[in-house]
Ligand binder design. Sequence first.
Ligand SMILES: CC(C)(COP(=O)(O)OP(=O)(O)OC[C@H]1O[C@@H](n2cnc3c(N)ncnc32)[C@H](O)[C@@H]1OP(=O)(O)O)[C@@H](O)C(=O)NCCC(=O)NCCS
Length: 332
Amino acid sequence: MARNTTSGVSAAAGRRWQAIDPLLPAPSVPPGCGARLVVTAAGNQPVAVGRCEHWEGAPDSLELSWGAARRFQLAAAIPVPDVADALDRLLSLWRDHLARVPGTDGDDTAAMVTWPSRDIDAVPAFQRHGLVPVEVIAARGAGRGAAGRPSRAESGAGYSQPTAGQAGNGLRIRRAMPADIDVVARLGLEVIRFDAHFGKVIERPGTAAAMRREAGRLLAGPQAWTWLAERDDVVVGMVSAERPESAGWIAPMVRAAPVAYLELMYTLPHERGTGIGAALVAALHRDIDAASAAVTLLHYEQINPLSAPFWSQQEYRPLWTTWEARPARGIR
Ligand SMILES: CC(C)(COP(=O)(O)OP(=O)(O)OC[C@H]1O[C@@H](n2cnc3c(N)ncnc32)[C@H](O)[C@@H]1OP(=O)(O)O)[C@@H](O)C(=O)NCCC(=O)NCCS
């Protein structure tokens, strides 16, 4: 397909996405593995364009713990209003492509599509092809609800941020330092273990070591965006985020900039539900707002029963949903 046809499709698909959700960026259909997936209508007009990206995790990388070891990811642009039919036909082409790729029936493989959460017309096509929603990227706009509403705190609608004081006696919220690497790595590993219940995240032999390296990175430099909750000098909770300088990898997922990324959040089980999480996030949000980050993004597992309500209370809302089939050849 001519390059200008692809860009025309992307532009039209982008206008559709903007109408659905103003935080969405323009669709991007990178070259991928080279397999060109195009659905056309009468007159050879493209109604869906997709590329399949083949990803393989480095054995010692932390990213390997957040999902399958080999990921086959579809990027797509659909310029027409009847997204369900166009996507249905595109997913059929992708299924046929994956059936020809060696190794897509391996246990540790996944076929993945990350699609705008609010594009609900696409849902039947994903379901028809055996894909299930596994993960959400949620967004919070700076100082306001990400949907453009004043935050509950600003609107005075009876909502007040819990403080460390409300969370109970002897609780202290403090910024983490490089010397806190052990506890940050330990609680970070607990996040992976908790999320591993929900089907996408996997603790691997190298996860603990990779998390320790990650903790070192998150704590490097002055004024790390990592906050700890301590009760009687024992750490009972943690939140950690990347500044915009380090979050460039996820910045293309949202139209606004600069983008911060909230990476890890954990409260010890017996301390949950008392406001520690909210107090940690309030401290982090003060850093983020002072740095004028326009949007903060985070991932949560779709069926983690603690995540979605908690993040909603903290002013985050779904932006993208990742749909997945495992193994990759499990797509129907
Ligand atoms: C998500 C998580 C970090 C929240 O931490 P937390 O310390 O329990 O958070 P909070 O106490 O501030 O809020 C949790 C709930 O307690 C409620 N709560 C807050 N302050 C309260 C108080 N003073 N008294 C009673 N309840 C309170 C909140 O309303 C919230 O309830 P809801 O979810 O039913 O709306 C925690 O559940 C956790 O560690 N989960 C496992 C790991 C995980 O899921 N991490 C996130 C990955 S994305």
